[in-house]
Design a protein around this ligand. Structure first.
Ligand SMILES: [Zn+2]
Length: 281
């Protein structure tokens, strides 16, 4: 278990703890003992494999924690990364833990509150605030970890609040995406732009191919809900305001929101952009 400098971040290799207790968590879930399930999850997430069998897993622990540290150092070396790291609520802790094989299948990382709000009839752990748990593999790269840290930042200040944005119909048959993913993706692109690294179009439409800034701006202009989300965060999110005023990288839609919004209104002969509708649970 290692703390990352002065930041409220602890890297905790606990793969074997997770594997040992996951069936127990599943059992408690099935028995409807949801509070006990959560308490076990909280304990597992914050306990290191160092505590097991006389530190049998020392090599694995060092390997994982060093690799995550290298990602964090890269993030700290980028002004956008440093900004997000520095703004995470210091009264909270961000726990970074490894993924199990089951989770690795999605090639993605995940962030949720440690003390999540139990959702009746659902395994979802995304509601809540305060301390967070990021499940992450270093192979996913510093850009993915940065994205997760934006979520952790929002949770740490009790601001994580998804609003529905329009996305292509997904596997659940829903066309509702999350404004939180939009924010994290925009911040990720700003982070990448700051380092002259490739940008991607959109969290939901194409998160893989590299595209130019003007292509993304055209995409934002042709998706009114994305522009509304830009407006929403420009007004309500300190991170977006700070990015708009202090970051001079090429790609910065928060800084360029005035220009993008004006262009949209002119093209559509409108006087004002509507507000994002709040997500109904
Ligand atoms: Zn995300």
């Amino acid at each position: 278990m290692r703390k990352f400098g002065a930041f409220p971040i602890i890297v905790n290799y606990n793969l074997h703890m997770q594997l040992r207790f996951s069936h127990k968590e599943d059992d408690l879930y099935l028995q409807g003992r949801r509070e006990e399930e959560k308490q076990l999850y909280m304990k597992t997430s914050t306990t290191s494999d160092e505590t097991l069998e006389n530190n049998l897993y020392k090599v694995e622990i060092d390997e994982y924690e060093s690799a995550v540290f290298r990602c964090l150092q890269k993030i700290e070396g980028n002004p956008v990364g440093r900004m997000v790291l520095g703004l995470i609520n210091k009264k909270t802790v961000v726990w970074i833990i490894p993924e199990t094989d089951a989770m690795k299948k999605c090639s993605c990382a995940q962030t949720n509150p440690l003390d999540y709000v139990i959702q009746p009839g659902s395994v979802a752990r995304g509601v809540g605030f305060g301390d967070t748990v990021i499940q992450f593999q270093p192979e996913l790269g510093d850009d993915t970890l940065f994205h997760e840290l934006v979520h952790a930042y929002r949770y740490s200040h009790k601001k994580f609040c998804p609003i529905c944005i329009d996305v292509p119909p997904n596997s659940k048959g829903s066309d509702c995406g999350s404004s939180e993913e939009f924010l994290a993706h925009q911040m990720e692109n700003i982070y990448m732009s700051q380092a002259n690294r490739p940008l991607t179009l959109d969290y939901y439409n194409d998160h893989e191919s590299s595209v130019r800034k003007d292509v993304i701006y055209d995409f934002l202009l042709s998706h009114v809900d994305r522009l509304e989300a830009l407006k929403y965060f420009s007004r309500h999110e300190y991170l977006a305001m700070l990015a708009a005023h202090s970051l001079n990288c090429d790609y910065n839609p928060f800084r360029d929101y005035g220009m993008l919004g004006a262009k949209f209104l002119e093209e559509h002969n409108l006087s004002t952009l509507p507000e994002l509708p709040v997500l109904q649970p």
